[in-house]
Design a protein around this ligand. Structure first.
Ligand code: IPD
Ligand code: CA
Ligand code: CA
Length: 264
């Protein structure tokens, strides 16, 4: 795909995201229809569905040969990484969207043959657009994000959800407790996309979680890559784009230090 074509994709992806954000803000005036997916904490609203459909219609009209993976299932059934794939979370942080009307994001990662090309995370309430393009850097609105410096745990603020600090079936919680104790502090924002954008922009030094889907991390990985952040699974192995993964995203140095606690 030529540079000119990527510029076109970028232009549309940004414009559609801002348009979708307006639809989300306007929806605050209306009553949401809320339903459960797998369990009572797994919520979906009419707006999650509407925003996903909005993007899919636009993409199909403008780029008919591109494919889409969307959380709500209106996209394509994709088993391989060939061609251009948009990986979309129409609302990341649905619980925040419902309870707080803040700290939720539209997250879009665009990949070509499995390589991250464009990453876009729009924090709708904060009106902050995190954007990255392969080889051209990462930006927070008009500000180019600097490359991340090395960090160490004793001076680090770590994004981690309380779920992983108590007994759970995915990770030895005592290892996580040790990280919490030795860090400068921990935070949890309830939107994986925003937390990955925070690592890319240096607001968090690391973010770790035990199970994310492609739409939660697709855009964040592209942002991190542009600023020299490191992202792997929590066992240090490579993240698989089309699967659920644990995620450890961190500044250089700190990533290795954290792996030392997680792999024992
Ligand atoms: C969720 C959020 C949350 C993370 C969950 C995700 P959703 O996405 O990113 O922070 O802990 O694992 O499923 O359901 O709000 O799009
Ligand atoms: Ca999500
Ligand atoms: Ca979602």
């Amino acid at each position: 795909m030529k540079n000119e074509e990527w510029k076109m994709i970028e232009k549309h992806a940004k414009a559609w995201t801002l348009e979708a954000a307006e639809l989300l803000k306007a929806s605050f005036e209306n009553t949401l229809t809320i339903t459960y997916k797998s369990h009572i904490a797994d919520l979906v609203t009419n707006m999650d569905k509407a925003i996903e459909k909005f993007f899919i219609e636009k993409i199909q009209e403008m780029f008919p040969d591109h494919r889409v993976i969307g959380e709500e299932g209106y996209g394509d059934d994709i088993k391989d990484k060939a061609g251009i794939i948009w990986i979309i979370d129409p609302i990341d942080g649905t619980t925040n969207f419902i309870h707080q009307q803040s700290n939720f994001a539209i997250s879009i990662g665009i990949y070509e043959n499995g390589k991250g090309k464009i990453g876009l995370i729009y924090d709708v309430g904060g009106e902050n657009l995190y954007f990255a393009k392969d080889g051209e850097g990462a930006f927070l609105n008009d500000y180019e994000l600097p490359r991340l410096d090395k960090a160490s745990l004793s001076e680090a603020v770590i994004g981690v959800n309380a779920t992983w600090v108590g007994p759970n079936k995915r990770i030895n919680h005592e290892n996580v407790q040790e990280i919490v104790r030795k860090s400068r502090g921990t935070r949890s924002y309830g939107s994986a996309a925003i937390e990955l954008a925070y690592v890319a922009s240096g607001k968090l030094d690391a973010y770790m979680t035990m199970r994310l889907s492609p739409w939660d991390f697709a855009a964040g990985l592209i942002l991190l890559n542009e600023v020299g952040g490191i992202a792997t699974k929590t066992d240090g192995k490579p993240i698989q784009l089309l699967e659920q993964n644990s995620i450890l995203a961190a500044k250089p140095g700190l990533h290795e230090e954290l792996l030392g606690y997680l792999i024992k």
